[in-house]
Design a protein around this ligand. Structure first.
Ligand SMILES: Cc1cc2nc3c(=O)[nH]c(=O)nc-3n(C[C@H](O)[C@H](O)[C@H](O)COP(=O)(O)O)c2cc1C
Length: 231
């Protein structure tokens, strides 16, 4: 199995230890490709829209974004690990998600995303992980991923891993490893109704717009080339 891991922080703290515990169960026989943000994508989306109108290779940050996107496409399992910052995911994680908007269902989705499984690992000092998880899950769903598992950890005792009690660390590690056990077998996810609906609505939208266009937009040309719409 091929696993792509996106780390929403470079700090080797709680997020790192939680993610390492998860991967420990899956290291044997699997290929793991990891990215650390912001190191591996140090630029915000600047809003040039080159990706939408010309192609993603014209993104000024393509040298960073394309290797991450290719690793995601080649993976069977996607792991997103993020601390909760201000009740949301980190800005660097959001920056990656912004750069991937061009592959949302309403633009140029890749059908390889439809069969992938994804796990979102978040942690917070408190218990509110939902906002950060939703930031990532919303993007994944619009990118076409159906099988999205969220695991949110409330650290409760502090924010420094080495300062958590052994008891608390063991509870967290056990919980994370138990979730990882479910991903030992390579498994292809089925497209769920929510993702199918997004595809059907996008298809109708592209079909209607393409018929009126004298010169096809990059998005509509893609849908025609894929054989998903006809002129
Ligand atoms: C800037 C910043 C903002 C944070 N915001 C929240 C928050 O809103 N709610 C919360 O429960 N924890 C918050 N935390 C704690 C983190 O979610 C996380 O649990 C902590 O940083 C430990 O993970 P790390 O070692 O990987 O950084 C914040 C931490 C930082 C550094």
């Amino acid at each position: 199995m091929n696993i792509a891991v996106i780390n929403g922080t470079e700090i080797k703290g709680c997020t790192y230890h939680i993610k390492e515990s998860f991967l420990e169960i899956l290291r044997d026989g699997n290929e793991i490709n990891e990215f650390y943000l912001p190191k591996d994508l140090p630029h915000f989306c600047c809003g040039c829209k080159n990706c939408f109108f010309k192609g993603e290779q014209f993104c000024p940050h393509a040298e960073y974004v394309i290797p991450i996107w290719e690793s995601i496409l080649n993976a069977d399992l996607l792991v997103f690990a993020s601390p909760v910052y201000a009740l949301r995911t980190t800005a660097q994680m959001k920056t990656l998600l912004d750069h991937l908007c061009v592959h949302w269902m309403v633009h140029r989705p890749d059908e390889r995303m439809f069969t992938k499984r994804a796990v979102i690992l978040t942690n917070a000092i408190g218990v509110f992980n939902g906002g950060a998880q939703k930031d990532i899950a919303t993007s994944l769903s619009w990118l076409g991923v159906s099988d999205i598992k969220k695991l949110g950890i409330g650290l409760l005792e502090g924010v420094i891993w080495d300062e958590l009690s052994d008891k608390r660390k063991n509870i967290i590690i056990r919980k994370v490893k138990k979730t990882a056990e479910k991903y030992k077998k390579t498994c292809i996810s089925r497209k769920k109704i929510k993702v199918s609906m997004k595809f059907i609505i996008s298809k109708m939208m592209h079909q209607a717009i393409a018929k009126k266009e004298k010169t096809l937009s990059a998005d509509n040309q893609y849908w025609v080339d894929k054989g998903w719409i006809k002129l």
